[in-house]
Write a protein that binds this ligand. Sequence first.
Ligand SMILES: Cc1cc2nc3c(=O)[nH]c(=O)nc-3n(C[C@H](O)[C@H](O)[C@H](O)COP(=O)(O)OP(=O)(O)OC[C@H]3O[C@@H](n4cnc5c(N)ncnc54)[C@H](O)[C@@H]3O)c2cc1C
Ligand code: FES
Length: 256
Amino acid sequence: MYQISAPVISNAEVMPRVYLLWVEAPEIASDARPGQFVTIRCGEGPNPLLRRPFSIHRTDENKLALLFDVVGQGTEWLANRKAGDILGILGPLGNGFQVGQSTRNLLLVAGGIGIAPMVFLAERAATGGHSVKVIVGAKTASQVYSDIQGAELIQVTEDGSAGEKGMAADVGFTLTEWADQVFACGPGPMYQAMAKSGLGDGKSVQVLLEEVMGCGVGACRGCAIPTKQGMKMVCHDGPVFELRDVAWDRFFSTNG
Ligand SMILES: Cc1cc2nc3c(=O)[nH]c(=O)nc-3n(C[C@H](O)[C@H](O)[C@H](O)COP(=O)(O)OP(=O)(O)OC[C@H]3O[C@@H](n4cnc5c(N)ncnc54)[C@H](O)[C@@H]3O)c2cc1C
Ligand code: FES
């Protein structure tokens, strides 16, 4: 784990209220694995106090990319950073996705900004000779992210304006036979649907949980979630968990 001052290389709005930010971060970029994250100090003064967590979206030699939705004070501040500005970054953090040795076919299911960590996984796996399908789910066509190399993209929109009409998880179910492993990142309702379907019972389904975090390094227990092996911390034990290991009933009763 490194704590660095990273110069911004570029920051652009690539979809409505979604930014692609590249920073110079050689130490983190060379160490990072798909599914890991960084935390960023999103402000100059005391507010916001807590660093904000973001998945590693891509790496390119010394550079690191993040893809983020503007949802509040911290991400609004981040969206206004320009080339040359310096960011305080800590990472890489967390466990990351685990691709099994015998896995050939990877199915990735992304809901909304859940596409951010999936691009890193898809491109690493495709470069390593795996066959990769990525279901990119969004509300509408303007929110579909499609800059992914080496993988087959399946677009799904809730309003049917691009690709299939429906929800990413529903299309995912139709392809689970093909997949040796399934990886997912998306909002709570997507995981709720996946958990109820029993999808994770017969094969490895790894989900990345984007819990609200305090310290980001296992010290405050602010990100604890219920699992079948007891309470686990998303920042330290995750953010990637096997779908079948999370105690979803208790998870949704405390996380809405
Ligand atoms: C491991 C991990 C990886 C993440 N990766 C990404 C990513 O790649 N791209 C991205 O856009 N976001 C990602 N997030 C979510 C991101 O951290 C939050 O959107 C961000 O912290 C919001 O900060 P803010 O100050 O702008 O919003 P705040 O002012 O803190 O909150 C604004 C609103 O967003 C809600 N909110 C805040 N954090 C979260 C959260 N983690 N999950 C759901 N709702 C939240 C708040 O409840 C509030 O309603 C990730 C979170 C985690 C834990
Ligand atoms: S955020 Fe503090 S323990 Fe996870």
